[in-house]
Design a protein around this ligand. Structure first.
Ligand code: PLP
Length: 452
């Protein structure tokens, strides 16, 4: 059959990202996705799954949005490609940069396009350093990010990523990237007596000297590290810290951007304006690759002081098809009041998470902001006693969900057992309840195996 043939070819020729190559080589893909509609996808054999993760937190408008396909087709029929090097331009890129500027907070009115999120973060780091260089402060080269953060896999973004495994395969971490403990609110506000002060962003700035720091970067809500919402006041505390020390603040909005949290950007939940923000995934709902950096006018204006070429850019910076799809995607987000749906579904999300916690003794630390949420599994939740890593608790629960045709994601960094849930933003109440019915059954199956 087609499935058999594809499986064998996959094993032989397709090296998958973030997958154990040996397992893939021996077992082949757990699913070969062939089509999708709304929150559902089908595999090659015709089985239907609920996509509880919007694939990689990106298919925000859900699968099978024909208007996005039409937008791509219409644009491609007009022209293959237009470079934005040498100042050449194209209408979709122009209109999209204006649209994104109108959505971004404050005077974040200038957009630089990339092909994806990792490139966007590397671009932001370079632009931060360039900004300081133009201001005569070329020593400001270091970047502080948070432990447990995920920023991608290019040279800078992998170095900034605070999950050490990503730097383990080839020791790729560059020296100018420093990691702070996340969410130490009191320290960031200046509590030097706190035992963790030296690990805080503020503590690290003071050890390294603010004059050596170009920027800090953080995800407003940490995604791949485990879906952690910051404590109230945290983003503002970092904004204040950056202002005090004259350091650029970059927010990585690659998961949060364009409605995932119920607002345009993650920072909008706390009314904070960073100096740069990076986006990718949700900008096109994953239909086509696109990413970018949005910056405050002062960063671009600094470049206007010289005649120099901006020696940075990708072939696909401002690709007309990607930009046309993004424009249509943002149009649909507004037209169909998707952010309102996210806010309504957030309530269902929280209610359902609470029900899980009430019913299942290992479930705790449930959380959701917009349609970005998670729960954790502990052997004894009252004592916060973790499961033995051998148990693979989060892996098993996600696997039980998969057997019941629901796609979720497990996070087991440093012995944690986190299950992430991030359905497409067009999900309805019935579909949310279906997702949680399956999680409930999966947890029961896990408990029956573990507690007996
Ligand atoms: N930053 C965050 C917060 C992400 O979640 C991701 C991807 O998962 C990236 C950056 C990297 O983006 P990309 O995979 O498009 O390079």
């Amino acid at each position: 059959s087609n499935v058999h043939e594809l499986t064998e070819l996959d094993k032989k020729h397709f090296l998958h990202p973030l997958t154990p190559p040996k397992m893939q080589y021996e077992q082949g893909p757990p699913i070969i996705v062939s089509e999708g509609k709304g929150v559902y996808v089908k595999n090659e054999s015709g089985d239907t799954y609920i996509d509880g993760m919007s694939m990689l937190w990106n298919v925000n408008l859900g699968h099978g949005q024909e208007e996005l396909a039409e937008a791509a087709k219409e644009q491609m029929k007009k022209m293959a490609f237009s470079s934005s090097f040498n100042g050449y331009s194209n209408e979709p890129a122009i209109r999209l940069s204006e649209k994104i500027a109108s959505l971004a907070p404050g005077d974040m009115n200038v957009v630089f396009f990339t092909s994806g999120g990792s490139e966007a973060n590397d671009t932001a780091f370079k632009l931060a350093r360039y900004y300081w260089k133009l201001k005569g402060q070329q020593d400001r080269g270091k970047v502080i990010s948070l432990s447990r953060s995920y920023h991608g896999v290019a040279q800078g973004s992998t170095s900034a990523t605070g999950i050490p495994e990503f730097n383990s395969i080839v020791g790729s971490q560059a020296p100018d990237y420093l990691h702070a403990e996340p969410h130490l609110l009191d320290c960031e506000r200046g509590d030097r007596d706190n035992e963790h002060y030296h690990k805080s962003v503020r503590g690290i700035i003071e050890q390294e000297g603010a004059e050596n720091i170009a920027a800090i970067i953080l995800e407003p809500v940490m995604g791949a590290g485990g879906v952690f919402t910051p404590p109230e006041g945290y983003l503002q505390a970092l904004r204040d810290l950056c202002d005090e020390k004259d350091i650029l603040m970059i927010t990585d909005e690659i998961i949060c951007g364009f409605g995932r949290t119920g607002e345009n950007f993650g920072v909008d939940n706390w009314n904070v304006t960073p100096d740069m923000l990076t986006f990718a995934k949700g900008s096109t709902s994953g239909y086509i690759p696109l990413g970018g950096v949005v910056m405050r006018e002062k960063i671009r204006d600094e470049m206007l002081q010289s005649e120099d070429v901006l020696f940075h850019g990708f072939t696909y910076s401002g690709h007309p098809t990607s930009c046309a799809v993004a424009l249509k995607n943002l149009e649909i987000l507004e037209r169909d009041n998707i952010k309102d749906n996210v806010k309504n579904m957030e309530q269902v999300f929280k209610t359902e998470l609470q029900k899980l916690e009430d019913k299942h003794q290992h479930v705790t630390k449930t959380r959701a902001i917009g349609l970005l949420g998670a729960f954790e599994l502990y052997k004894d939740r009252n004592k916060e006693e973790p499961f033995d890593p051998e148990v693979g608790a989060a892996f098993k629960v996600v696997d039980e969900c998969f057997k019941r045709n629901l796609i979720l994601r497990f996070i087991d960094w440093k012995g944690s057992n986190i299950v992430a849930i991030a359905p497409p933003l067009i999900v309805n109440k019935q579909e949310m309840e279906d997702i949680f019915k399956i999680i409930d059954e999966a947890l029961t199956a896990f408990e029956n195996a573990f507690d007996s």
